[in-house]
Write a protein that binds this ligand. Structure first.
Ligand SMILES: NC(=O)C1=CN([C@@H]2O[C@H](COP(=O)(O)OP(=O)(O)OC[C@H]3O[C@@H](n4cnc5c(N)ncnc54)[C@H](O)[C@@H]3O)[C@@H](O)[C@H]2O)C=CC1
Ligand SMILES: O=C(O)[C@H]1O[C@H](OP(=O)(O)OP(=O)(O)OC[C@H]2O[C@@H](n3ccc(=O)[nH]c3=O)[C@H](O)[C@@H]2O)[C@H](O)[C@@H](O)[C@@H]1O
Length: 451
């Protein structure tokens, strides 16, 4: 976006992963994101370059964005909770090693509060040994969502920049503001101190995830009472203090960031000895896990309490529509529960590759189950053929307009459909003959052996 909006600025993207850089320089970009291809093609070779020559890029740059991954740590202290900052630290050390003049270092990765202090500490060591060096560290968290990244970047609700309140800090902030001002109205560019900016990113993701867990918790009450979660969400969201966005009940949120960032905030509360706050935010994750479990348990229950050897078609594997990203996708966890029960799973996703699906499933369950029980299709009608149930896990638009009469004809009877995304026309499906089960509405044709 910077390359597109600021033709006078040269943007160089560097990555340790040479294969990825090769793909960025090819016609086949390493990620699928609507609108991205066009922008890359428009700018690449003019003022946008992809390279694995990291030292050279550091030497040449005035401003360096650290945008590396900060996944949940899976070992040692803080295991399963704290973000792993080894990549951020490694970049800071590389900058310290190769910088030959003053640099503004921008923390774009999502990090815990005070991460900028560690980065600055490493850079200051280099500065102490070389008069030519001077570093300013800014926090500039990213708020784009996958699937709508280009729209979000082009027209952000806000841009947030945190930095030191010293003269040099304010001057660095002003430089970054000038870049965003090329396309973002000044009143939408918020400047704060560094720690507020770092904390805002974790707080924003946690608030968003909390909204989803809140409506998902309500969806369970709807299923038990006859209320309809779509009606409740609509009416609740009409209150402008609450707002209608992020109230879409679902099989649970996925993606590489919500879980990791909520856990990062919980961990921060814990190390600050703020246990009630830690427990409060941890509830967001607990409800999400419960929602996934409830959904898969319901499939088993409604398929007459056994799915062993039953063919089940799963529509969607990506964590949301318009992306091929599967990180922390609810589909993985629902598949895991069903595989434990020895169901035969037939997947279809318009963008996710067979290799990715098998790799993700092997990470959470035994290889043997995946090899024996999982089939991947390139056509939804093939996936649904002879199935006892169709389960919608991702809200891809194409699932709304499939020929469900044709799907019904080729399924085992009774044919069930489980809508984990509330995108299907339930009335029409019932007319066709399906038994329909959707998140947040009471089943009308429930078969309950053991209520
Ligand atoms: N994916 C998203 O939509 C958003 C991500 N973020 C944050 O941005 C950060 C990056 O996220 P993703 O792009 O999803 O991660 P990613 O894992 O897809 O990409 C990170 C890249 O950094 C490279 N890398 C790691 N260490 C490196 C080093 N020392 N030098 C050079 N390259 C190195 C890796 O090879 C990889 O290509 C995370 O902190 C995430 O929380 C924030 C907002 C949105
Ligand atoms: O830090 C990040 O990485 C990003 O995380 C999220 O973006 P993203 O995870 O890409 O996508 P979302 O649209 O937030 O969806 C996350 C998950 O929540 C689910 N969701 C979303 C909205 C909703 O109402 N209900 C719901 O179940 C989605 O299906 C998806 O599984 C935030 O929306 C971004 O602002 C943030 O920058």
């Amino acid at each position: 976006m910077i390359a597109l909006k600021c033709p006078e600025i040269k943007v160089t993207v560097v990555d340790l992963n040479k294969e990825k850089i090769k793909e960025w320089n090819s016609d086949d970009l390493p990620i699928y994101e609507p609108g991205l291809d066009e922008i890359v093609k428009q700018c690449r070779g003019k003022n946008l370059f992809f390279s694995h020559d990291i030292p050279k890029a550091i030497e040449e740059a005035d401003l360096i964005f650290i945008s590396v991954n900060t996944p949940t740590k899976m070992y040692g202290r803080g295991k399963g909770m704290a973000p792993d900052l080894k990549h951020v630290e490694s970049v800071a050390r590389t900058i310290a090693k190769y910088a030959q003049g003053p640099k503004i270092v921008v923390e774009k990765s999502t990090v815990p509060v005070k991460a900028a202090q560690s980065i600055l500490h490493i850079l200051k060591e280099a500065q102490a040994h070389d008069q030519k060096l001077h570093f300013q560290v800014l926090s500039n968290p990213e708020f784009l969502a996958e699937g709508t990244a280009i729209v979000d970047l082009a027209n952000p609700d806000r841009v947030l920049i945190g930095g030191e309140s010293s003269n040099k800090g304010l001057a660095a902030i002003a430089q970054l503001v000038r870049i965003y001002e090329h396309w973002v109205p000044r009143e939408r560019i918020i400047t704060t101190n560094t720690w507020s900016s770092e904390l805002t990113k974790l707080a924003a993701n946690t608030f968003l995830a909390q909204k989803i867990s809140s409506i998902n918790a309500i969806s369970a009450i709807c299923e038990a009472t006859g209320a309809d979660v779509r009606e409740v969400a609509h009416a609740v969201g009409y209150d402008s203090r609450i707002g209608s966005k992020f109230l879409q009940a679902s099989v649970g949120f996925g993606g590489s960031c919500f879980q990791k960032d909520v856990l990062s905030l919980v961990y921060l509360c814990e190390i600050l000895n703020l246990k009630p706050a830690a427990d409060y935010w941890h509830g967001v994750i607990e409800i999400n896990n419960w929602q996934r479990r409830r959904f898969s348990d319901n499939i088993i229950k409604e398929l007459f309490n056994t799915v062993t050897d039953k063919r089940i078609a799963l529509f969607g594997f990506a964590f949301k529509k318009n992306t091929a990203d599967t990180r922390e996708s609810s589909a993985i966890y629902i598949a895991k529960h069903l595989l434990k029960e020895r169901a035969k799973l037939h997947f279809y996703d318009p963008k996710v590759t067979e290799t990715t699906m098998r790799h993700d499933l092997r990470r959470v369950t035994e290889n043997e189950l995946v090899d024996k029980l999982v089939t991947i299709h390139s056509c939804p009608y093939e996936a649904a053929k002879d199935a006892h149930a169709v389960v919608v896990l991702t809200e891809w638009d194409e699932f709304k307009t499939l020929d469900y009469e044709k799907i019904y004809e080729n399924m085992q009877k009774p044919a069930s459909i489980f809508d984990g995304r509330l995108i299907l026309d339930q009335t029409n499906l019932r007319k066709i003959g399906f038994r329909v089960f959707a998140i947040g509405s009471a089943p009308t044709q429930s078969f309950n052996l053991f209520p």
